[in-house]
Design a protein around this ligand. Structure first.
Ligand code: NAD
Ligand code: MG
Length: 288
């Protein structure tokens, strides 16, 4: 990317989650290939589907024939969610948008209920929603932030998967979003990277539990990807200035370079894989 990255004014409080429409340069999220009906007539829930990686997943799944429930936190993200929904509909598929806090167990239950109401079934559950807050010192992480980050990133997965499970049948797929930070560590993201480590363990354990039911559970561990998460307070301005430069490829990834990992894990192409994590991360070797 030739342009410098958008850095929000430092006298402004971080506005989280951010609005993708304000990012400069705009992330590349639209699918890069024609569809081949890999998810024909499937129904997927995509959390965090308004923006960033989740938006690219929703768009690619629609191109491959799926109807999508787009779940997101809300507020300033309504316009992003509406744009993702319009893309799905333009692919000839159906979409609903559901705004709320997945750290709240009742909301998580209502997401599944609304999806079943709208589409009558559920085949693929994709958890992408998450938040991160940088802190240089361990001591700066408040109990409130610690709890909040765990609620958004991992409690949400327990709640949503618990609610979804009664509807998932043989052949269904669950895909969770972890991070390079779970494998390589990140000195300014102790709470966030800990949730991502928990997500790896959750994915492996749930895979073992659900394999006899022929439901596959896998994960994706992105490296630095150009989405609202880091520019809108998830990184310090110093780190943002060289975002992605320390990967072997020397650049951040785009959401549409990550979404195909989710597609592979969602469809029958990965029928002999469960409990695994894919690493679209610009070439970093993580051995996991
Ligand atoms: P993003 O801000 O576009 O997406 C995150 C979404 O999560 C937001 O749109 C928001 O609506 C949703 N969300 C956050 N908290 C929520 C809550 N409590 N309830 C409901 N929705 C909530 O950013 P992104 O980079 O696309 O992030 C997607 C996922 O990818 C996150 O889990 C993030 O940890 C992970 N990830 C991102 C990167 C990266 O560099 N961007 C790297 C590794 C992992
Ligand atoms: Mg968003």
């Amino acid at each position: 990317m030739s342009k410098p990255y958008f850095i929000p004014p430092i006298d402004e409080e971080p506005r989280m989650p951010g609005s993708e429409a304000e990012l400069d340069p705009p992330p590349q999220w639209e699918p890069r290939y024609k569809g081949s009906e890999r998810l024909k007539d499937k129904v997927a829930i995509v959390t965090g589907g308004d923006s960033g990686i989740g938006r690219a997943v929703a768009a690619l799944f629609a191109r491959e024939g799926a109807d999508i429930a787009i779940v997101y936190l809300g507020g300033e993200e309504d316009a992003d969610a509406a744009e993702t929904k319009a893309f799905v509909e333009n692919e000839g598929r159906k979409a609903i948008t559901i705004a709320g806090d997945l750290g709240d167990v009742d909301f998580a239950k209502s997401v599944v209920a609304q999806t079943i109401d709208a589409f009558g079934k559920l085949d693929v559950l994709v958890s992408v929603a998450g938040e991160q807050h940088p802190d240089t010192d361990l001591g700066d992480i408040t109990p409130e932030q610690l709890l909040r980050t765990f609620q958004s990133n991992i409690h949400s997965m327990f709640y949503l998967t618990q609610a979804a499970l009664p509807h998932l049948k043989e052949g269904a797929a669950i895909i969770n979003t972890t991070s390079i930070t779970a494998y390589a560590g990140e000195k300014e993201l102790l709470d966030y990277s800990s949730t991502k480590g928990a997500i790896v363990a959750f994915t492996r354990s749930l895979s073992a539990q659900l394999a006899p039911k022929k439901i596959r559970v896998n994960g994706v561990a992105p490296g630095p990807i150009w989405t609202p998460l880091n520019p809108f307070g998830g990184s310090t301005p110093e780190k943002l200035a060289t975002f992605g430069a320390d990967t072997p490829m020397g650049r951040p990834g785009q959401p549409n370079e990550v979404a195909p990992s989710y597609l592979f894990l969602a469809c029958g192409d990965s029928s002999y894989m469960s409990g695994q994590v894919l690493h679209p991360n610009g070439g970093m070797i993580v051995n996991g």
